[in-house]
Design a protein around this ligand. Structure first.
Ligand code: HEM
Length: 492
């Protein structure tokens, strides 16, 4: 029966809680031969899939372990031995198995439904570089993703390569010849103090939506959102296909980051200011591109210098996500002295910029996404740092969940990050409307290049062109079914 409240015992745990992980292996596969072989093997895979309730327990056990031993969790130090397995299917995979009823809810036409088309055919829409015209576009992707033949992904996160490999072996034994590997990708959190920081050096994974009715003690910050924005099938409509109840869409992106090049760009373009050394000016430029300092401290709260106590402070005083870009509005509307409208966090979640100006909170909530990615690739080597050039591939295995890809990932990337006119609140020195430019980090747009406005607090209309430091090399849209859908509908 349809439900308006998601069941934590039915939802895959990564969606609303997040599998604890120091490392995670993604096994992208094609269903091989007779799909019923795969569907039969699935019977023995389903018990391995961790639910939100189980992952919540794992997180509590980690907290307890950390309390007793002073380390653990996602941070530095050994983890408790644990793994979490999840599974999701592309539209191609569902079609192969004869499963119908899964589509982007807000899409009226399967031809323009990003899930039905697959990400390969959506790549031009989201600004990826490539060749060919609209009907024939081919993104410049790794061949594994560039052939659009991925039916599903199984991923295992855990405390160590050893635990994850062991679990992956077990899974592959069960699946046997019913699947063919397309590509396996290993993600690893960064070492020691960089743990939790993405490869440019900024603390990540701070701001994710909390859910009404599920998160009992949400930290101060943006209000919890209705479950229907992240979980599919949350409706009392009796015609809801059972397969979508308690599921979610997973957008995966294989994003390479050019770290030495990024560092060199900051170094050669320090923001100039009375009391700023060049080094501080470079650091400030990075912070104004992201919207947070490397420590995680939001620049809306501390615009002039990093404040590591604030950056780390999700737990003690719960302040590092409690801001709304309203500090400047009290000065003058459209001002961006604290945070540019082009900063990555402000573009991808404009908070009160949006809700305070006649746009309903529910509309903003429909564009929230739950991010669960992990880093991949090695640390920058001395040779790369010296030459200011990337030799070894590294970046982010970006994963986000939402109940609707058109409103979630695709909207955030296409209509916000890649759209130079968003958000239309910015004003120039003379009080005229100003285009903020692209998202400084992820914005990409074949038409306008990467022009970004407002990085210099003293020059709100100052425009700079930022080279591309993020290179998308693949991706796919998946559907992450509930345990009951996996067991009773998809498995045979
Ligand atoms: C936040 C980095 C790709 C959406 C952040 C933060 C960092 C970051 C450092 C701040 C930490 C936090 O608030 O949790 C990156 C890097 C990326 C990347 C280096 C690429 C390699 C993306 C993509 C999207 C995205 C592709 C979606 C299209 C968001 C959102 C937030 C965020 C929604 C939270 C904003 C908020 O609620 O304040 N990202 N990101 N990011 N990012 Fe990204």
């Amino acid at each position: 029966t349809p439900a308006t409240t998601p069941d934590p015992h039915n939802i895959q745990g990564d969606i609303i809680v997040g599998i604890p992980k120091k490392t995670q292996t993604y096994f992208f596969f094609q269903i091989d031969g007779d799909p019923s072989l795969f569907r039969k093997a699935l019977v023995d895979i389903v018990p391995l899939i961790k639910t939100a309730a189980q992952v919540q327990k794992d997180r509590e056990a980690l907290r307890e372990h950390k309390r007793r031993h002073g380390h653990g969790g996602d941070g530095p130090g050994p983890l408790l031995k644990m793994t979490g397995t999840q599974i999701a299917f592309s539209n191609a995979g569902l079609v192969k198995m004869g499963i119908s009823g899964v589509a982007t809810p807000s899409s009226s036409d399967p031809k323009s439904d990003p899930f039905v088309k697959g990400q390969f055919r959506d790549a031009q829409n989201i600004g990826d570089a490539g060749t060919g015209d609209a009907d024939n576009f081919k993104p410049a992707w790794d061949p594994a993703f560039g052939n659009a033949n991925i039916d599903g992904v199984i991923f295992v996160g855990g405390d160590s390569h050893h635990s994850v490999n062991e679990k992956m072996e077990e899974i592959k034994r069960i699946l046997g010849p019913s699947v063919k590997e397309v590509i396996s990708i290993i993600g690893d959190t960064r070492p020691k103090n960089e743990s939790g920081h993405e490869h440019f050096g900024f603390l990540d994974g701070i701001s994710n939506p909390t859910i009404e009715g599920l998160d009992k003690n949400p930290l101060p910050g943006p209000k919890p959102i209705a479950a229907k924005h992240l979980i599919t099938g949350q409706t009392s409509d009796a015609n809801t296909p059972p397969v979508i109840i308690d599921g979610s869409f997973l957008a995966f992106r294989y994003l390479f980051q050019l770290v030495p090049e990024f560092n060199e760009f900051l170094k050669s373009n320090p923001i100039k200011g009375k009391n700023l050394s060049d080094e501080e000016g470079s650091e400030l430029l990075g912070a104004r591109m992201v919207g947070r300092w490397k420590s995680g401290a939001p620049i809306d709260l501390t615009p002039n210098k990093d404040d590591p106590n604030l950056g780390n402070d999700s737990q003690r005083n719960h302040r590092n996500n409690n801001f709304f870009y309203t500090n400047e509005l009290t000065v003058t509307m459209g001002d961006q002295t604290h945070c540019p409208f082009s900063a990555h966090t402000r573009k991808t979640n404009p908070r009160a910029d949006f809700t305070e100006h006649g746009r309903g909170g529910d509309i903003l909530d429909s564009h929230r996404i739950a991010r669960r990615g992990i880093q991949f690739g090695p640390e920058v080597t001395q040779e790369e740092a010296n030459n200011k050039r990337t030799i070894h591939g590294r970046g982010l295995l970006f994963v986000c969940y939402q109940s609707d890809i058109l409103n979630g990932f695709q909207f955030v990337q296409k209509s916000w990050a890649n759209n130079p006119d968003f958000l239309d609140l910015a004003l120039d020195n003379k009080g005229n409307k100003l285009s903020p430019g692209l998202d400084s980090i992820i914005g990409q747009n074949a038409e306008s290049g990467r022009d970004v406005v407002g990085t210099d607090p003293a020059d709100p209309d100052g425009k700079i062109t930022i080279p591309r430091f993020i290179v998308p090399r693949g991706g796919e849209y998946f559907f992450s079914p509930s345990i009951t859908a996996l067991r009773d509908i998809i498995a045979l």
